[in-house]
Design a protein around this ligand. Structure first.
Ligand code: CU
Ligand code: ZN
Length: 176
């Protein structure tokens, strides 16, 4: 009796330790930020933040200035390279699951975040929570680039949404 009680206590302690130590793969609270830099001839600036919430939910928040009023295509692109003056170095839309271009929900390209809309003052605030953006593992958006386009994304033209030139580019960098 004594021995089995002791064994039970040990088992409970071990089980409890495993629960505490063994974090789920998608750790809530992980944050990554893209500091947006204007491409040649543009003056768009701002930040785009990705925050892992519980489960698969990722909150995307953007604050941008210097945009033409109206809608602008807003995507994660496949290469974290904003070095070209027109940001074509960032490649096409991030699409690890080989889907068509489209609206964010249901998921199309993993990088399809739809449009960001600027007011008359050229400022845009975007906030959405999605379940198709990943922040860890082989399909992580960390290390890729966010692009803001000159024109609206029509959410159907292949493979780009016909969103025009690239006005700003920022590499998504992990913060914690
Ligand atoms: Cu794009
Ligand atoms: Zn797309």
């Amino acid at each position: 009796m004594r021995v089995s009680s002791a064994a039970l206590i040990v088992a409970v302690i071990v089980a409890f330790s495993l629960v505490v130590v063994y974090q789920p793969a998608q750790a809530a609270g992980k944050t990554a930020v893209a500091e947006m830099k204007a491409t040649a001839g543009n003056k768009v600036a701002g930040t785009v933040t990705f925050e892992q919430l519980s489960g698969k939910q990722v909150k995307v928040t953007a604050h941008l200035t210097g945009l033409k009023p109206g809608k602008h295509g807003f995507h994660v692109h496949e290469k974290g390279d904003c070095s070209a003056p027109d940001a074509t170095s960032a490649g096409g839309h991030f699409n690890p699951t080989k889907k068509e271009h489209g609206e964010p929900s249901p998921m199309h390209h993993m990088g399809d975040l739809g449009n960001i809309e600027a007011g008359p003052d050229g400022m845009a605030h975007y906030e959405t929570t999605v379940d198709f953006v990943e922040m860890e593992g082989p399909n992580s958006v960390v290390g890729k680039a966010v692009i803001v386009h000159a024109d609206p994304d029509d959410l159907k033209s292949q493979p780009t949404g016909n969103a025009g030139g690239r006005q700003a580019c920022g590499v998504i960098e992990a913060k914690k």
